[in-house]
Design a protein around this ligand. Sequence first.
Ligand SMILES: *[C@@H]1O[C@H](CO)[C@@H](O)[C@H](O)[C@H]1NC(C)=O
Ligand SMILES: *[C@@H]1O[C@H](CO)[C@@H](O)[C@H](O)[C@H]1NC(C)=O
Ligand SMILES: *[C@@H]1O[C@H](CO)[C@@H](O)[C@H](O)[C@H]1NC(C)=O
Ligand SMILES: *[C@@H]1O[C@H](CO)[C@@H](O)[C@H](O)[C@H]1NC(C)=O
Ligand SMILES: *[C@@H]1O[C@H](CO)[C@@H](O)[C@H](O)[C@H]1NC(C)=O
Length: 396
Amino acid sequence: MSKFISLLLVCSPFLLLCNASISGRPYGTFEHPAARARPRFRYWLPDASVDPSTVQNDIRSAANLGIGGIELLPFYNYGGGTPVVDWVKYGFGTPAFNRIFRAALETHRECGLYMDFAMGPNQGQGVPAETDNPGLQWDLRTYSTIVSEDAPFSHSIPGWGSGDLIAAVSALVLSETEKSIPPRAGQGPPYNYTRLVLQHDSLTDLTDSVSKTGALSFSPPAHNTSGHYRIFASYQVLTHAKNLDPDTNATNTIFDNGCYIVDHFDGKGAQVVTDFWDRYILVNGIKELLSEAGNSGWEDSMELLSNVSWSPSLPARFEERWGYSIKPYVPLIIFGNNNINIQSAEPGELQCVLDTEDEGMGYVNAYRSSLRDGYAEYLNVFTNWTQSALQLQHSS
Ligand SMILES: *[C@@H]1O[C@H](CO)[C@@H](O)[C@H](O)[C@H]1NC(C)=O
Ligand SMILES: *[C@@H]1O[C@H](CO)[C@@H](O)[C@H](O)[C@H]1NC(C)=O
Ligand SMILES: *[C@@H]1O[C@H](CO)[C@@H](O)[C@H](O)[C@H]1NC(C)=O
Ligand SMILES: *[C@@H]1O[C@H](CO)[C@@H](O)[C@H](O)[C@H]1NC(C)=O
Ligand SMILES: *[C@@H]1O[C@H](CO)[C@@H](O)[C@H](O)[C@H]1NC(C)=O
């Protein structure tokens, strides 16, 4: 994953030089830029077992080179692999981590610098949490089956039991075509998927007809096409994907779990992170120190993986914005809506399009737009929190 990490110095404060009144902060002059306007060094802390004085000396020597501060990123074990230290003891937000965090801030204050701080380890996507916290990352998983023309469907819907049922949909499939995506750089086998063309008017939401035990009775309506009916069932699940995974099976405290990636498409996800900071990091004077010597709370590239970018709040957010239910259209969003930056070579096994001029893209765009609204809410929670709790900024 580390190859996606930007190695650039963070120079964005320079952009503010041309309009120093943007946030009312003094940025100095071009010849003598103030600390907040000078470049920052990204500082990868390999783990919190090191002597805090090592970190302090690094900050002092970087200060001598003229930096405005460091961007502290606990890039534990360089972002993955087998742990080389005990991450229950040295994990994010532990007393050992907090000692280093405090030491780094004190050195910034001593040198007149301001520190950026990642909101979690590695890419900053999550923190230690209880496994059943609904603010953790969710995925949408879809199962589908062909309905025989001779016998009506009368049994469990596909995938029953794999998560919370979001939508059960029937549709007339006009054609099924096997497709493939050539391997990247000619390496490995091609990626295969099936493309289904669905008849627009046939999409039917059957979710309310599914019994409490997952049973559904469905008789395919008569039609004069050469196609056939399919039933699609989509379930939401907590992924429990981690941005820090200690190699332990202990379950005594939340630190035993490592760090879970949070829901990035709802304010609840950001709330998991800010609650953790309030409870475990901003204690014993660190809050005041951070407010004094901090610059921006920060999240790096979003490297979360899923089958479909999803949040439990998405159906309600969608209906409120667009005035109709997303449920009959869920089959249209199950392809190419995972992490488009790092999963574009694996868009999904089933692509459903409509027999209309835009192939159903309007519905997909409505979903993406609602996802965007959820992400904006996620960012707002961070922005509000860094502003109200610390009088600082959030950057992402
Ligand atoms: C895709 O299909 C081709 C041709 O049948 C096969 O050689 C290849 O292994 C398949 N790819 C995967 C990832 O299974
Ligand atoms: C096929 O059925 C549809 C309605 O389901 C109807 O509108 C259409 O005229 C029919 N076409 C033929 C060729 O029978
Ligand atoms: C945790 O449990 C799994 C499954 O039982 C086992 O394979 C693994 O070795 C255990 N890890 C540790 C660190 O004990
Ligand atoms: C996608 O869903 C399958 C189960 O259908 C699961 O095994 C897999 O881990 C999921 N992929 C990602 C990237 O989460
Ligand atoms: C952020 O704060 C603004 C102003 O105080 C408020 O209107 C907004 O609802 C808050 N947003 C979130 C997501 O908390």
